[in-house]
Design a protein around this ligand. Sequence first.
Ligand code: BEZ
Length: 231
Amino acid sequence: MSCYSRVKRYNEAMTDQNTQQPMSSALRIGDMAPDFEARSTAGPVRLSAYRERWLILFSHPADFTPVCTTEFIELARQADEFEARECALMALSVDSLFSHFAWLRLIRDRFDVEVRFPIVEDPTLVIGRAFGMVAPKDNDSATVRTTFFIDPAGVIRAMTCYPANMGRSIPEMLRMLDALQAIDAQDALAPANWQPGEPLLKSPSQDLDEVFAAKDGTDWFLRETKKGKRT
Ligand code: BEZ
């Protein structure tokens, strides 16, 4: 069975048998990202071929729309930053491959930016639905701005969802990636507003002797690691 058929089967299983409406994807942090194969602006892609590096898979509502255009320009400008973190980018929308091509040509001509990361076509929304990128009861075929951070083992480690009328923050995408990589590398926790180079937090002690021996009342559960470092 092809990867694409597997996603289709998954989608059938996700259909409400009474209403025949697709149910919301049950994907959660910690799940394996469903595999798929599809056409993209960079040729055929298969999600599982990205194992052993990080992957940010993200959907956008439609080509030739203002907010999406600003996101793609900014992501292409920051492509080296993602590459430096060994993270691939992969975009997806319902638009056809030829719409994607025409949009990228216009972005190149008008803004002097070449978008080289793959943009997947998903005309049947089979992938978008498998990933919960489409509101289940929405008659609109557009996907929302969902972003999946997928680790080198193919596990979904974080996801965000922005509305169609608000663009994502590319610095925040990089910060999330930095945080995920840093907590993996140091087996630690990232505190609020963490930035690369700042200390992380140690996991709380699970040993009562350590709790009693702690210097103060918080020292056993709220402790910084030594200086944070980029992976
Ligand atoms: C936009 O990218 O500008 C956009 C897309 C869909 C709905 C509204 C805005």
